[in-house]
Design a protein. Sequence first.
Length: 415
Amino acid sequence: YAVRIESAEVVITSPGRNFVTLRIVTEDGVTGLGDATLNGRELAVASYLRDHVVPLLLDRDASRIEDTWQYLYRGAYWRRGPVTMAAIAAVDTALWDIKAKAAGMPLYQLLGGASRSGALAYGHASGRDVPELLDSIRAHLEQGYRAIRVQTGIPGLASVYGVASASAGGGERYDYEPARRGSGSRVLPAEESWDTRAYLRHVPTVFEAVRQEFGPELPLLHDGHHRMTPIQAARLGKALEPYDLFWLEDATPGEDQAALRLIRQHTTTPLAIGEVFNHVHDYTTLLSERLIDYVRSAVTHTGGVTAMRKLLDLAAVYGIKSGIHGPTDISPVGMAAALHLDLAIHNFGIQEYMPHTADTLEVFRTSFRFEDGLLHPSDTPGLGVELDAEAAGRFPYQPAYLPVNRLTDGTVHDW
Ligand code: GCO
Ligand code: MG
């Protein structure tokens, strides 16, 4: 059994934000899609694919997924990194899409079938102040969310990570954390300012207000976005214990695995990390020493379905669960891949979810659905996402960067 890869094409489109998609077509005319979007560094992955991967894919056997993964990973000699691993992820995901379509099955069936009826999703509530935050949580509950990420403005700081600039008003907010765009030919990142002490003073009071208003049941999450030192993170984890968080995410910069030991010694607040990771070896200390509770990798940035399955199976050995990365800079293709894994694996924890814009959903025709707080990949064969090339062409690439963060004295800090 062999199916020749006939063509492979990189599609860059920007229906509100930039997405990079790999589209592989077999000799039988079966199409597979893979997400290769790396927010703010999109063209590097597009070039890696176009210049160095597509020429190797042509005429290969599309059915040999593991072999192709190893060929691209070991064959490059140079290992890991977000650009390489996003490129490999796109190929891998597209080949799984093809295999599942050829089998006439939704991908989760090839991964072993459903382990649950749907994937619990968490939504992003935020507010510049507490009243606006409470309104945003209410709006999310009305939309059916059963778990909520809580981010707020900090008194004294002009703009803070995770806080949408417009008010919720009951509708969906699409302006969350857009990669900033400039005008003219030169685009520079926006700059934000940060004060960790002000943040540490304020956040526990916010969770106090949220628990007062919504009671003890609602699962609440919070993202520290890499901004604390280990001892500051330990202190925040302790201060938040009375509010029973589902998780505290990215308390410290992710590359320092040992930092989690110090946090863990001081707090029972569950910890999640890994959205900037791209390899199982980013996690080995964290998993084997049980220093985290949730794995935050994106399928898109961690080598695709094949590598994520292995990573999550290793996490399962230690009783650690999934919390797959799913903000809107993961394309609907990457999101669908996450949902098939969520349904199939045993150690599912929660799935991050933000609806994509109407323009994005015109380019990417999805079939997954959000209902009563749960996400469901559809039973459409494959991933269940199709790319409308004509619509994609209407939204050309626009240079855009994520913001840069500085302490109030001007020192560059983690964003
Ligand atoms: C999250 C993340 C995102 C990232 C974004 C960067 O928890 O969803 O922190 O909001 O900041 O993916 O591109
Ligand atoms: Mg995060």
